[in-house]
Every structure is written in structure tokens, then in C-alpha cells.
Write a protein that binds this ligand. Structure first.
Ligand SMILES: CCCCCCCC/C=C\CCCCCCCCCCCC(=O)SCCNC(=O)CCNC(=O)[C@H](O)C(C)(C)COP(=O)(O)OP(=O)(O)OC[C@H]1O[C@@H](n2cnc3c(N)ncnc32)[C@H](O)[C@@H]1OP(=O)(O)O
Ligand SMILES: Cc1cc2nc3c(=O)[nH]c(=O)nc-3n(C[C@H](O)[C@H](O)[C@H](O)COP(=O)(O)OP(=O)(O)OC[C@H]3O[C@@H](n4cnc5c(N)ncnc54)[C@H](O)[C@@H]3O)c2cc1C
Length: 673
């Protein structure tokens, strides 16, 4: 960690002196090994030390346009260096991905309101890598990799983001000219939201309804040039621009795009999955949802992003809570560090546990994604629905938890948490954006619920179930009897499983009852609230189950002292979860008031133990000061100095008297109204 060289606040130092495990060992786990930590630190420093970035400039005070222009300038500084570093490292694709992964945090510090090239280096490149045939790869990948062209992923339209089957942009094939003609037939068919589209990129993957031989063949991906490669002017027939101010993502340059008779050559339809012969004959893919593959990759990726946002927010909240003193607990004693208030521990400690468990889940899901993708490459698509359901479910549960936790961290910093310089607002904006992009969270939960209901039917009919939903068999096997609670980690898991299965049963029954007088679709809609609750509970089951399995493995491989910290974290996660879901649990589990009181007591004991480890764990997340970028969360804990220094940098403080005094205030005061 690049630590601030200033003197560390004595309260914070005192906390660090009490840490009883090896923080570096934790960091090594969090980043996947000592070598990876070294790489991360090297890459971080390689970029952040560049004076050309001018990181002294606080971009939050700039206008919308200036913010965008500065974000483009800084990004180009970074990407030039990225290619230099890539060459130095050896120049393989793996090296590139390694730098990109480490750049994620660094980019956040450089462009706190978003990266105007992020879609090029993620969805655009990934779609070309995964949805093209060999000739297309050969044509496009080098140009993308060398940034000779810059692209985005243009799917969402003004009228449709969720129900992508009904996108309205058309691509009509003419076998005579061997061209597609792209059109936006209505206002609602305008592309709307794609990141980097407004003024940055010159190409896009455009999702459009393919028409050939007089028939519509559903949405297909096309690579479309939007702007002239020399002048950057929109090409004829292209109506393009920025969608304007948003809640966050101010420098991502989300855009709109309309087509009027735009010609696209035959070779630009991405043909790995669906195929169109030159004569216009359409050949269906093995599974129509293969064209949704890039969304699945990003959803998987979003779990680690959620974990890291929580890690960052809890680092800020905890460091601040260890140096802030207020309100004596015992009137005769000095004001304690605010962390001594148990409600403060309740706000922050479960968040730290979530960051760790989400990280376990991200690792698990990344491996699962890889193995299912490899099966898919051999033509075996059997596990695609399972991966889709799981990635939708966890994308929703983890980003919802992420936004909630970051907001609680902000509240835990009191008034100062509301300052921009506290660093929590950009984290929150990114968390809340993630609840919507890549599939709105309710919709994601409903997708997961479809899988649960199918699995429930399968279980009732004695069929086979995938590993993650086998707990539905236990519910059916109990034949209406409630699960008996036992207060162990596995007991808590069984209780959450019983609640998830019970809620799935309620949703299933709701649908079955309604089906008598309604279509299955209407019945499913009426059961929607139960379905989303079932899917959410299923997401927690997955998190706890994977958390238990992964942490048991970790404990076997780390020192006993760190093992105890992991055990503590897992228990914190589990007990916090069951207490938060107690209403659902009570419905399906035989749990007494005494059991609940015991759990509440257990939480207090867990807090007590975690009290000494907490600072070690957040230090172990290893966010350097430029990355944490927070007056409240810097390593040295010199909060009050940081706050006053940041306030002095306000543009209003650069002069004693602002001109509005002479222009408006003074005349007003002298006017006697
Ligand atoms: C230059 C070098 C680069 C190197 C690369 C470096 C790599 C870096 C890697 C990562 C970096 C990450 C950085 C991240 C930055 C990201 C910024 C992102 C910005 C945001 C982008 C977006 O938002 S893009 C737009 C996203 N849009 C959505 O998500 C739309 C949501 N809607 C849907 O997904 C679908 O419409 C739907 C799933 C909700 C419904 O689809 P549909 O209507 O077609 O389905 P049906 O209802 O008819 O049927 C459901 C049926 O289909 C099955 N199914 C659906 N989807 C899938 C799937 N994907 N796979 C498998 N199966 C699927 C579903 O299970 C149902 O099955 P049933 O059996 O019928 O139940
Ligand atoms: C910051 C940001 C970045 C984005 N970047 C991109 C990008 O790069 N490229 C791109 O193509 N798109 C992008 N998007 C678009 C994004 O993917 C969509 O906004 C998202 O998928 C939600 O779709 P929608 O806007 O149509 O919401 P809607 O579907 O209109 O949602 C509105 C409400 O209706 C509800 N609803 C809709 N359908 C159902 C249903 N079937 N059942 C129950 N409730 C339902 C939702 O739950 C929600 O409450 C971005 C969006 C944001 C916010």
C-alpha cells in the first residue's frame, strides 16, 4: 500500500497496534496471491504517478463539458501508457487483461465520474471476441486492440431496454447489393444510453431486428461505423449525440443514435451464432440467447465490482469511526471513538463481511462462467440457463446490497459523509447505476425466479436438479413440516434455504391457483412480488453456501490467526443475514424467540471479536490514498486537516468577497425592501 508519509492519527495507530493477524496475508488472499498484489501496486503506481494526469485538479468543480473533456484527456494519457506497459510486459493478451483488471480501480481515481472509453475496452471488444467468426475476428480485433477504431455496445432504445425482443431498429438485407440498410423507424427506436456513444466512439455494435427474404429473424448484432475516421463527423444518415446530465456517470458520455437508410456491408453482421447466407437465407443459432452472451459476462463481472465498492465504502466509514470521537457512553468518561457505539458497529461490520463474501462469490462465478463457456465452445449449451439465472440473481442481489451498504456507510459518517470530499458520493452513484444497467434488478430477479419455478416443478416430479437448487428437494421432502432451526452456520444456511424454498412454493402455488382463471403469463405476473422475494432469498442462499465452502477452504490454507478472522467474518455475514430475513425465516422454520435472542446476542459477541480485526481487514483491502480519494478515509486518519484543506480548495474560497455581494446582495440589503 502506498501509505501517506504524514504522521498517523494516534487513535488509528492505537487500533493498528492491536491487530492480531497478518494484514498482508489477507491482502494476498483478496487479490489472489502475493505476486498479484505486487503487480497491482506496480500498475497502480505506474499510472497514478504520472504528472500529466494532473490529478491535483478536482474535476467535481468543473462544468459538464469541461468534465468530459478532462476525462477524455486523462484517459488518453492512461491508454498511451497502458500500451507502453503492455509492450514492456511481453505483449500477450493475458498481459493486457491483467493491466485492464488492475486499471479498474486506478481508472476510478483518475476519472471519478466515469470513463469515456469503458465500453470500447469491455462490451465492444468482448462482443467482437465472442460473437464473430474467424474472418471477422481477423478483420476487427487488431483494429480494436490498437484503438484504430473505438466502439460501444448500442442495444437499449428510448422505448425498450428490458424487453429487447421488441427493439425497433431494423437491418434489412438486400442480396443484390449484399448490404443491410439500417433504419430507426420511430422516435422510440432511437438508441438511448449506450456509454461513450455521444461524442467519443466512431463505431458501435448495434442490436437490430434482422429482416431478410421478407421475414424478421429477431435481434442480431451488427458492427456499424458511425463517424468519419478523419473528421469524426457523423456519417450520412446518422443522428447522434449525448443524452445529457444524469444522476452519475457524468463523463461516460452516454448517447443517442438514430439511423436513416444507413448502409452496412454483409460482412458486418456478427456471425458466430446466427448466420445469414449471402443469398439471404437465415440459419438459426443453436440457442437464440447466445446473442445475449456479452451481457452475461458483464453481469458476472459486476459481482467483484460490487464487492470492491463495499470494500471502499467500509474502509472510509471504519477509518473515520476510529478517529471521530463523540457522545460519551458513560457520562464520566471521555468521548469515545464513535465505533464504540454498538449501532455504529452494526452499520459497518456486516458491510465488511459482505465485501469478503461477495469476493468469494465473484471468484466462484468467474470459474463457473469459464467452465460453462468452455462447454459451450464444444457445442454443449446445457448449462447456459443455470449460468444465466445465477448471474442475473447475483447481479441483482449484490448490487442492491452494494447500494444499501454504501448509503449506510455515508450515514455512518454523519454530516461529513455528505461532503463530496468524503468520497462516498461517486461510489454511491456507481452502485445505484449498477442496479439498473446490464438488466434492471427486478427484471433480473424475475429471470432467476423462472429458473427456480422450473426447478421446483422438476423437484416435485422427481426430476434432477442442479447443485445450487437441490435444497428444493429438502423442502418437498419435509412435506409441509417446518425446518427445525439449529444455531450453527449450517443451521443458518438450512434456515435461509427453507425460507427460499418456502417462498418459491408460495409463488408456485400462487401461479397454480391463478392459472385456473388466467393465462400462465398473467398468473406469473400476479405472483411477481413472491417471485422476486424467492429469487432474492435464493441469491442469499448462494452467497452463504459459496461463502461457507470458500471460507472453509481459505481457513485450511492461511495462518490460524487469519483463519479466525475469516471464521468471524463468515459468522457475521450469516447472523446478519438471518436477522435481516427473520420474517421469511419465521414463516418456514421452527425458530423460537429464544433462538432469535440467542442470534442477537451472538451478533454482539461477533462484533466484540471483530472490533480488533476490523481495521486490519479494511487496511487489507489495500486501497491506496489516491484510490480511496477521501478526506475521511485516508490511511493516516488526519480527517480534520483533510477536511479543512479540501474546503480551502473550493473555487468560492479563492477570493475574500464574491462578486455577487456587489451585484446582488449589497443592493438588496441596502434597499430597505
Ligand atoms: C481491447 C481489448 C479488451 C480486452 C477485454 C478486457 C476484459 C474486461 C472485462 C470486463 C470489464 C467490465 C467493465 C464493466 C463496465 C461495464 C459498463 C456497462 C455499462 C452498461 C451496459 C448495458 O447496460 S448494456 C444493455 C443491457 N441490457 C440488458 O441487460 C437487457 C435486459 N434484458 C434481458 O437481458 C432480456 O431481455 C431478458 C433476459 C430480460 C428477457 O429476454 P427475452 O425476452 O429474450 O427472453 P424470454 O422472456 O422470451 O425468455 C426467457 C428465457 O430465455 C432464457 N434466457 C434469457 N437470457 C438468457 C441468457 N443470456 N442465457 C441463457 N438463457 C437465457 C431464460 O432463461 C428464459 O428461459 P426459459 O426456459 O424460457 O425460462
Ligand atoms: C448508467 C447506465 C448505463 C447504461 N449503459 C448502457 C450501454 O452502454 N448500452 C446499452 O445498450 N444500454 C445501456 N444502459 C441501459 C440499461 O441497460 C437499461 O436502462 C436497463 O436494462 C433497464 O431497461 P429500461 O431502461 O428499459 O427500464 P424499464 O424496463 O423501462 O424499467 C422501468 C420499470 O419497469 C419495470 N419492468 C420492466 N419490465 C418488467 C417486467 N418484465 N417485469 C416486471 N417489471 C418490469 C422495471 O422493474 C422498472 O421498475 C445503461 C443504463 C444506465 C442507467
Amino acid at each position: 500500500m502506498s501509505k501517506n508519509l504524514s504522521i498517523v492519527n494516534k487513535d488509528l495507530k492505537e487500533e493498528r497496534d492491536k491487530i492480531n493477524f497478518n494484514v498482508e496475508e489477507f491482502t494476498n488472499w483478496f487479490y489472489g496471491g502475493a505476486e498479484k498484489v505486487k503487480e497491482k501496486k506496480y500498475i497502480e503506481n505506474y499510472f497514478l504517478s504520472d504528472k500529466d494526469l494532473n490529478l491535483e485538479l478536482d474535476t467535481s468543480y468543473l462544468s459538464y463539458k469541461d468534465k468530459y473533456e478532462e476525462a477524455v484527456r486523462r484517459s488518453i494519457v492512461v491508454y498511451k501508457k497502458l500500451y507502453k506497459l503492455h509492450n514492456e510486459m511481453g505483449g500477450t493478451h493475458e498481459d493486457f487483461v491483467k493491466i485492464m483488471e488492475n486499471l479498474r480501480f486506478t481508472m476510478g481515481a483518475i476519472n471519478p465520474e466515469g470513463n469515456p472509453f469503458v465500453l470500447h475496452f469491455s462490451m465492444f471488444a468482448l462482443t467482437i471476441m465472442n460473437m464473430t467468426n474467424d474472418e471477422q475476428k481477423a478483420e476487427w480485433l487488431p483494429r480494436i486492440f490498437n484503438c484504430n477504431i473505438l466502439g460501444t455496445y448500442a442495444q437499449t432504445e428510448l422505448g425498450h431496454g428490458t424487453y429487447i425482443q421488441r427493439l425497433e431498429t431494423t437491418a434489412t438485407y438486400d442480396p443484390k447489393t449484399k448490404e443491410f440498410t439500417l433504419n430507426s423507424p420511430t422516435l422510440t427506436s432511437y438508441k438511448w444510453w449506450p456509454g461513450n456513444l455521444g461524442h467519443t466512439v466512431d463505431h458501435a455494435i448495434v442490436m437490430a431486428q434482422l429482416y431478410s427474404q421478407g421475414k424478421c429473424h429477431g435481434i442480431q448484432p451488427f458492427i456499424v461505423q458511425l463517424r468519419d475516421s478523419e473528421t469524426h463527423k457523423p456519417l450520412p444518415g446518422i443522428d447522434i449525440g449525448d443524452i445529457g446530465n444524469k444522476v452519475g456517470f457524468q463523463t461516460v458520455n452516454n448517447g443517442f443514435l438514430g439511423f436513416k437508410n444507413v448502409k452496412v456491408p454483409y460482412k458486418n453482421m456478427l456471425m458466430k451464432n446466427s448466420k445469414l447466407l449471402e443469398d439471404g437465407t437465415f440459419i438459426k443459432p443453436k440457442n437464440a440467447k447466445l446473442n445475449y452472451g456479452t451481457m452475461v459476462i458483464i453481469r458476472v463481472h459486476m459481482i467483484i465490482d460490487a464487492a470492491c465498492r463495499i470494500a471502499k465504502a467500509t474502509t472510509i466509514a471504519l477509518r473515520y469511526s476510529l478517529v471521530r470521537r463523540q457522545s460519551p457512553i458513560n457520562p464520566n468518561e471521555i468521548e469515545p471513538k464513535i465505533i464504540e457505539h454498538i449501532t455504529q458497529q452494526n452499520k459497518i461490520f456486516p458491510g465488511i463481511a459482505k465485501a469478503v463474501v461477495f469476493k468469494c462469490m465473484a471468484d466462484y462465478l468467474t470459474k463457473l462462467h469459464l467452465s460453462i463457456t468452455q462447454e459451450g465452445n464444444t457445442g454443449n449449451l446445457a448449462r447456459m440457463p443455470e449460468l444465466h439465472a445465477l448471474s442475473c440473481c447475483l447481479k441483482a442481489v449484490c448490487t442492491n446490497e452494494d447500494a444499501k451498504t454504501v448509503e449506510v456507510c455515508r450515514l455512518s459518517c454523519g454530516g461529513h459523509g455528505f461532503l463530496r470530499s468524503a468520497g462516498l458520493d461517486d461510489v454511491y452513484r456507481n452502485s445505484t447505476a449498477a442496479q439498473t444497467y446490464e438488466g434492471e434488478n427486478t427484471v433480473m430477479l424475475l429471470q432467476a425466479a423462472r429458473f427456480l419455478i422450473k426447478s421446483f416443478n422438476e423437484a416435485r416430479n422427481g426430476g434432477s436438479l442442479t447443485e445450487g437448487v437441490k435444497y428444493l428437494f429438502d423442502f418437498i421432502g419435509r412435506n409441509g413440516k417446518r425446518e427445525i432451526f439449529d444455531n450453527s452456520i449450517n443451521g443458518i444456511l438450512r434456515a435461509i434455504q427453507a425460507a427460499a424454498a418456502g417462498r418459491t412454493y408460495i409463488a408456485w402455488k400462487h401461479i397454480e391457483d391463478d392459472k385456473r382463471h388466467n393465462s400462465i403469463e398473467v398468473a406469473t405476473n400476479l405472483a411477481g412480488v413472491h417471485l422476486t422475494k424467492a429469487a432474492e432469498l435464493h441469491g442469499y442462499v448462494c452467497l452463504l453456501q459459496v461463502g461457507i465452502e470458500e471460507i472453509e477452504k481459505i481457513i485450511r490454507n492461511v495462518s490460524p490467526a487469519l483463519g479466525l478472522v475469516f471464521k468471524n467474518i463468515l459468522e457475521l455475514f450469516a447472523v446478519d443475514l438471518i436477522l435481516n430475513k427473520i420474517g421469511d425465516v419465521i414463516q418456514h422454520v421452527d425458530i423460537s424467540n429464544e433462538d432469535i435472542e440467542k442470534l442477537e446476542k451472538q451478533m454482539e459477541t461477533l462484533f466484540k471479536f471483530f472490533r480488533t480485526s476490523a481495521i486490519g481487514v479494511v487496511d487489507g483491502f489495500d486501497f491506496s490514498d489516491p484510490i480511496i480519494d477521501s478526506t475521511l478515509g485516508s490511511y493516516d486518519g488526519n480527517v480534520y486537516e483533510n477536511l479543512i484543506n479540501a474546503a480551502r480548495k473550493s473555487p468560492l474560497n479563492q477570493e475574500d468577497v464574491n462578486r455577487t455581494f456587489h451585484l446582488y446582495i449589497k443592493p438588496f440589503m441596502k434597499s430597505n425592501l
